[in-house]
Design a protein around this ligand. Sequence first.
Ligand SMILES: NC(=O)c1ccc[n+]([C@@H]2O[C@H](COP(=O)([O-])OP(=O)(O)OC[C@H]3O[C@@H](n4cnc5c(N)ncnc54)[C@H](OP(=O)(O)O)[C@@H]3O)[C@@H](O)[C@H]2O)c1
Length: 297
Amino acid sequence: MRILITGSTGFLGSNLTGYFSKKGHDVTGSSRREMTFDFENHVGDLRDREFTDKLVSSVSPDIIINTVSLANVDECEKDPEYASGVVVDTAENIASSAEKYGSRLVYISTDHLYDGSRSWYGEDDPVNPINEYGRLKKVAEDVTLSASPKSMIVRTNFFGWSPSWHATTFGEWLYENLKEHNEMNLFTDYYYTPIEVGHLAGIIEEIINTPFSGKINIAGADRCSKYDFGMKMAELGNLDSSCIHPSTLSKSGLRSKRPGDLSLSTEKLKTVLNINPPGLEDCIRGFLEGAQGRQDS
Ligand SMILES: NC(=O)c1ccc[n+]([C@@H]2O[C@H](COP(=O)([O-])OP(=O)(O)OC[C@H]3O[C@@H](n4cnc5c(N)ncnc54)[C@H](OP(=O)(O)O)[C@@H]3O)[C@@H](O)[C@H]2O)c1
């Protein structure tokens, strides 16, 4: 398959280009930053309709996986107008061009769409985002489906290893602090269903080999708090859990509002697509193998 991955320099985008290239697909990337890759990468701003249209028409991909976003919750709160351009305008341009040139589109969304007042959100549950990031991602989902109705919308929350040029992500920060025995506070009242990025890529690949379209949660099978996640990583990695201290989101004073429970139900994944999501232990083991691979290389 010819696959265009928009956001190729990003955390998820770089993992997906690596995964799909290794699987023998014909991968092309696109980013705003100029970078050298071992695949073709187009540089430009996807808020620009003309650039987007030229990109999609020249690459002519079977599949586009759109990972472009401003994924930082506080940045979205600080400058909603800029965030809207990056999150919504890019999504609309990519979906319009995908529809025009007959490419199937996968839009990467988030679990930040809910208010966190309950657990295990399904794809058809009403959304009620409580921060700007969540609101913009919902609008981006809507414009994607409106411009390209057969798109697949992936709601997820992932962890893994990011490329060397990328800011440290939560899983990496946690692992490094555990290794260094640094004291950390982790929330006991912030729940989610994280999936390791390699498992996420594998499930996306399985689904694009089916005719599925519409919304799908791709998440880990287990709901955990950030504190549980940290303790599990310490246990499985034989790392020092005594440096992890319980703390609460409600007393954290974070700039943007965070919902306390963003756990996603994977019932649809299991029943409609016959795919069993990995549990937390499998996901963390996958992450730890990645750490070992990095030390060996
Ligand atoms: N990270 C998480 O834990 C998480 C959780 C749930 C969902 N998600 C979703 O997953 C997706 C990927 O997140 P991520 O963490 O991989 O994001 P990221 O690392 O911040 O990557 C974002 C990518 O978008 C590109 N980009 C931004 N603005 C652009 C523009 N105007 N034109 C062209 N490219 C542009 C960036 O390119 P440059 O580097 O060249 O600017 C970068 O490659 C997002 O949709 C996010 O909402 C993330």
